[in-house]
Write a protein that binds this ligand. Sequence first.
Ligand code: GNR
Ligand code: NI
Length: 165
Amino acid sequence: MPILSILQYPDSRLRLKAAPVENIDEKIQKLITNMLETMWDANGIGLAATQVDVQQRIIVMDLQGDRINPRVFINAELAILDKTPSSFDEGCLSIPEVVETVERPSKVLISAMDGEGKWFEEEAEGLLAVCIQHEIDHLDGKLFVDYLSSVRRQRIRKQLKKNRT
Ligand code: GNR
Ligand code: NI
């Protein structure tokens, strides 16, 4: 299975907005398989298509990381059920080695299609709520560092630049 390359911050392609998937054909199925392999290979718990330079609204997730119950969310939308902020220390495969505390609404309702194109709804709290919000942000061109102060973000950019050379 081909491992896809993951775009690294501050790549401008991480800022593109993804379009809804029109139909779940063989090409999309293959992309989902490759996204799962790429996520597992990188030891991530989630991956949005934007991160592999595909501007389509596809998210894969494996919160347990055991490769037994991978999840797929296509054209996912959120409604906030409880806006009380919850803090979580977030990381991102597109921003390696950076972990920062982010506050997000604590409870959301997910509406999405699964890998077979079947619509479902699911209430999410805890890690699932954090992760789905993080991934949908990717599809909208948003990154978790956008929630930090500009001073902090600047420091992260400098650090990443140093690590790369
Ligand atoms: O692997 C990941 N871990 C993680 C930890 C806390 C909050 C969010 C995440 S998602 C991240 C994978 C990733 O970058 N998905 O876009
Ligand atoms: Ni991410």
